[in-house]
Design a protein around this ligand. Structure first.
Ligand code: ADP
Ligand code: MG
Length: 320
């Protein structure tokens, strides 16, 4: 069974969906197979961050829980929306139809169904990690989801009400013997001191402290921030958190260049905006040219890709 990682927060708007979607994208970009489940059945919405419009999916987790569909019919591959080519990112969205949500929260037995559904997803897709987004608070869906998770990421803003809430869920996770990390979000200043203070106060590991950022806010949950702004402080901290929680190693600059070149070769009409900051590195090395915001492989870039047609050959040569 792959590892199930769940987000939680006591109150809404702490950044759960933003953080889990960015972590998922980063893990997939490292070649991991990821399934993201929108377990926020009461106020779903992570599909928007992954660029999956409401009219592009008909079956959902809600349909599965209501007995109207198989869970594997509610799986959507969003890898290409987020520029992932080596790993994979599959999303199980929830329904935004209010009548279905009401029926769903009134019915019993969701817990057993979720557990069964996870087993089925595991068998069919064999993911490295299953990441579950949840509704805020210690409500029924949270407790349901907690019972089948291996790790909980408790997202906290530097705010007393959030701290009190984190204390309660920390006690629950301890009782249920589940590993919990705190993740601080929307941090305004003195990150190091805050991490130390919170770690000491809660006796729980703090996986990272993400800065409050006007740019993240302006993304309006419409795209994956890390993909568009890979060198932003928020994106750097997401990679740091992934290293701690999922024990993954970041790619070297060379590997990133190789990936980006492959992407440019595979996609037509790529723009600087779509490919982010790595382009500058490629341009400086003469692998690509940028004309009016459009990126093209140069002869040197093309030769490089032909020589290192597989990542294995590339790694062997550069001893990565
Ligand atoms: N570090 C941050 N800095 C600024 N805005 C953020 C940050 N993290 C999240 N946001 C914004 O806060 C809002 C709530 O985030 P969201 O991920 O939807 O929270 P939740 O899922 O916990 O309800 C969104 O508008 C999002 O863009
Ligand atoms: Mg959310």
């Amino acid at each position: 069974m792959s590892k199930v990682v769940l987000t939680n927060s006591f109150r809404g708007g702490t950044g759960k969906s933003t953080i889990i979607s960015n972590l998922a994208t980063y893990l997939a970009s490292l070649g991991k197979r990821i399934v993201v489940i929108d377990g926020d059945i009461i106020s779903p919405g992570i599909h928007a961050i992954f660029g999956l419009g409401e009219d592009s999916f008909d079956k959902t987790l809600t349909d599965y829980l209501l007995g109207k569909a198989d869970i594997t019919d509610a799986v959507y591959d969003v890898s290409s929306n987020i520029g992932v080519n080596s790993g994979s990112l599959l999303l199980v969205p929830s329904s935004i139809a209010s009548s279905e949500i009401v029926t769903l929260i009134q019915q019993t037995g969701n817990s057993a169904k979720i557990e069964k559904g996870l087993g089925k997803l595991n068998k069919k897709y064999n993911p490295d990690f299953i990441l579950v987004d949840t509704h805020p608070g210690l409500n029924d869906p949270f407790l349901v989801a907690t019972s089948f998770s291996d790790i909980i990421l408790n997202i906290v803003r530097p705010d007393n009400q959030d701290y009190q809430g984190a204390q309660v869920s920390a006690e629950i996770s301890q009782k249920m013997n589940i590993k919990m990390y705190l993740v601080l979000n929307k941090v305004l200043k003195d990150k190091k001191r805050l991490v130390n203070d919170v770690q000491n106060a809660f006796g729980l590991p703090v996986a990272g402290a993400l800065p409050f950022s006007q740019e993240v806010l302006s993304s309006e949950s419409q795209f994956i921030f890390l993909e568009r702004y890979p060198s932003h402080a928020f994106s750097n901290e997401i990679r740091h958190i992934a290293g701690k929680v999922f024990s993954v190693k970041p790619k070297s600059q060379l590997e990133m260049m190789h990936d980006l070149l492959g992407e440019i070769r595979d996609r037509k009409g790529v723009s600087v905006k779509n490919l982010g900051a790595g382009i500058d590195m490629l341009r400086k090395n003469g692998f690509v040219s940028v004309d009016n915001g459009n990126v093209k492989l140069t002869a040197k870039g093309d030769k490089f890709l032909k020589k290192y047609s597989t990542i294995k050959r590339f790694r062997d040569d550069f001893r990565l």
